[in-house]
Design a protein around this ligand. Structure first.
Ligand code: MF3
Ligand code: CO
Length: 238
């Protein structure tokens, strides 16, 4: 799982550096295809679900929250781009996401990105053996709402292993008395999706792309982590 995670971290970092004005969403998918065949890993997202997800990576610009299908849109100065990537290596999955700025962005958009990243790290800090999943949920939600933003409810983090989505669910909202108790050896993905406006979502006709219902900006950060005897270990770092 460490090796799957490291590949995701490395390739995601490459994509983050490539996301500049003038680059097309689909260019990111091409880079993933090339890197994955070179590294002999499988794109976990391709063919996933129903209707089968048609790409190797999710690219969600501005009011898109998650599961954007990379298309012909060309990134423009001022966009924020959420990039979500999974890899399968020797039967095990890694899953991670990042939101990046395209050129100069507004201070408001930068703050959204900063708060969302920080909420992920607060969730990771809360992930210790003996506490419940809800400790993570509460760490994320209480921080995000204290900054005046909202956490998406309909999409949540998850266990990770041989499948991308395993039990337990890891909501980004809730209280510390909820959910199963964390134990060393468990691997989960924590993935706060944070909106400037309301938490409600809507889905495009493509059945995948998820947007904010009110059109406000949204950011998304995700790491796959392993619960250890003390601090959680982040598996999806470069
Ligand atoms: N990383 C996402 C998740 O955690 C993405 C899955 S997208 C799909 O749920 F394309 F694979 F479906
Ligand atoms: Co995930």
């Amino acid at each position: 799982m460490r090796e799957a995670g490291r590949v995701v971290g490395e390739v995601l970092q490459m994509l983050a550096e490539v996301a500049k004005p003038g680059v097309k969403e689909k260019d990111l998918d091409e880079i993933v295809q090339k890197e994955y065949s070179r590294r002999k890993v499988t794109p976990t997202f391709l063919g996933y679900g129903y209707p089968a997800y048609p790409a190797t990576v999710c690219v969600s610009v501005n009011d898109k929250i998650v599961h954007g299908i990379p298309g012909d849109y060309v990134f423009q100065e001022g966009d924020i781009v959420s990039i979500d990537l999974g890899a399968t290596y020797k039967g095990f999955v890694g899953d991670s996401a990042i939101t990046v700025a395209v050129g100069q962005i507004t201070p408001e958009a930068q703050k959204l990105i900063d708060v969302t990243r920080e909420s992920l790290y607060r969730g990771i800090a809360a992930a210790k053996p003996g506490v419940r999943i809800g400790a993570i949920s509460w760490a994320v939600q209480s921080y995000v709402e204290s900054e005046g933003y909202s956490v998406v409810r309909e999409y949540v983090g998850h266990g990770v292993g041989r499948e991308m989505h395993e039990d337990p669910q890891v909501p980004n909202f809730g209280s510390p008395d909820q959910g199963v108790v964390l134990r060393p050896g468990m691997v989960i993905a924590i993935e706060p999706m944070v909106n400037i406006g309301d938490w409600r979502t809507k889905r495009d006709k493509d059945k995948w792309t998820v947007r904010t219902a009110d059109g406000s900006l949204s950011a998304h950060f995700e790491h796959t982590i392993a619960i250890t005897d003390d601090e959680a270990e982040i598996l999806t770092l470069p």
